[in-house]
Design a binder for this molecule. Structure first.
Ligand code: NAD
Ligand code: MG
Length: 395
């Protein structure tokens, strides 16, 4: 029986993870549920899944959580605060952690689970972008198994042969390159001029995936694909020049791995994150996820094209940040988080997202990322710089 901590339980990935868990009461149990500030959402999940522990990051909501659990007659223990989320992720209450908090806010708990040697179903890609080397080292030292919960990286994970340590590394597997597919988002095919006036509602209306607001905007700018390039580099040890991106609007081919002998493997499936989550829970076995198989006759065609880096400069910014190395990806990620939040709050326009990220990257040159402190300092400085620059980009 896997005892699972679902961090970010009320979100899109958290909900999908709990759906898969509920299908396998004989193999999986949700023992810890954590959320940011949505107490009612967390209570509703506690009622269905009856975890041993429920944690709300926002400490001011602890009373409401405790009272709500008592009112429901549940034995679930109530907790609050980010440190408690880390302690529970690292402690005896779970052996498996679904890291599905959005943004750099997920770094501490992801690191805690890695150091404690958990099976880590890693959806929080921002933690890999911010501190990829440190996180991969923590997982190696702690004996954690990382299984990526991102459709592209799950595809690559499934296509690569296992290495001796159980984790996947492309270096020794004869891999020539990997190709990440991108849906292109809701604005694929549009030019810069058309993008100037798009609204948050249009940006979060993703054509193929249903996701939280931040990653939906990232998909619309192609920053999501840029973050995924950095994610793939760290997860699989692939050099930046061996990572390519193809736009594939149907979102059925989740990525490709090309080997040195000319063979290319791909993984296909419907765009539903429960498949990747079931891979994470059951690997190296398989379990039902609730997702149907693929009927290619019904879908008919698979299209591919090159990304438009002029209309969507975030992808190039991310490639550049990975090449620059050191603190550059942390700065990119932090500036992007500030820019996306400002766009969702209607403070800046869509094209200001890449402009703001580029400004912050050029204002703060990359330095060596020697320690977690250095990276967190770069993250904080980039957030401050981006916040200052918002006025100049105001819509
Ligand atoms: P979401 O906005 O739907 O959910 C975010 C969750 O994080 C919520 O439960 C929220 O309460 C919680 N949270 C926010 N701040 C927190 C904090 N400070 N402490 C504790 N909890 C906090 O987001 P999502 O779409 O589920 O994405 C989650 C992560 O998974 C992101 O990193 C995203 O890039 C990644 N991801 C998502 C998808 C997808 O299909 N949604 C696919 C691939 C990767
Ligand atoms: Mg993805």
């Amino acid at each position: 029986m896997r005892r699972v901590a679902v961090l970010g339980a009320t979100g899109s990935i958290g909900t999908s993870a709990l759906d898969v868990i509920a299908r396998h009461p004989d193999r999986l149990r949700a023992s810890v549920l954590a959320a940011g500030r949505d107490v009612d959402g967390l209570l509703a999940l506690c009622r269905t899944h009856r975890p041993a522990h429920a944690v709300i990051a926002d400490a001011s909501a602890l009373h409401a959580l405790r009272d709500g659990l008592v009112a429901l007659g549940l034995p679930t223990q109530a907790h609050a605060g980010g440190e408690t989320i880390c302690a529970l992720a690292a402690g005896d209450a779970c052996d498996t952690v679904v890291a599905a908090i959005v943004g750099a806010a997920g770094l501490d708990s992801t690191l805690a689970a890695a150091r404690a040697g958990k099976r880590l179903l890693l959806a929080n890609k921002e933690s890999l972008v911010l501190a990829g080397e440190l996180l991969m080292r923590a997982a190696r030292d702690g004996g954690a198994d990382i299984v990526p919960i991102d459709s592209e990286h799950s595809a690559i994970f499934q296509c690569l042969p296992p290495t001796a340590g159980g984790n996947r590394a492309a270096g020794s597997a004869g891999v020539a390159r990997i190709v990440l597919t991108a849906s292109g988002g809701p604005f694929a095919g549009q030019d810069r001029r058309a993008l100037a006036g798009v609204t948050p509602e249009q940006a979060v209306a993703h054509p193929t995936w249903s996701m939280g607001p931040k990653i939906s905007v990232d998909s619309a700018t192609l920053m999501n694909k840029g973050l995924e390039v950095i994610e793939a580099h760290h997860l699989f040890g692939i050099p930046v020049d061996a990572i390519d991106v193809l736009v594939h609007p149907q979102s059925l081919v989740h990525s490709f791995v090309e080997f040195v002998d000319g063979s290319t493997l791909a993984q296909l499936g419907l765009p539903d994150m429960r498949t990747a989550l079931a891979v994470g829970f059951a690997w190296p076995q398989r379990m039902a996820s609730g997702v149907a198989g693929l009927d290619l006759l019904r879908h008919g065609r698979l299209d591919f094209s090159a990304p438009d880096l002029d209309a969507f400069p975030c992808l190039a910014l991310a490639f550049d940040a990975l090449r620059a190395g050191g603190t550059a990806p942390a700065i990119l990620n932090a500036a992007n988080e500030v820019a996306v939040a400002a766009f969702l709050a209607r403070r800046i326009g869509f094209l200001s997202i890449p402009a703001l990220v580029a400004d912050v990257l050029s204002a703060l040159p990359a330095t060596a990322a020697a320690s977690l402190e250095t990276l967190l300092d770069a993250d904080a400085r980039a957030r401050a710089r981006a916040t200052d620059a918002l006025a100049a980009h105001a819509a």
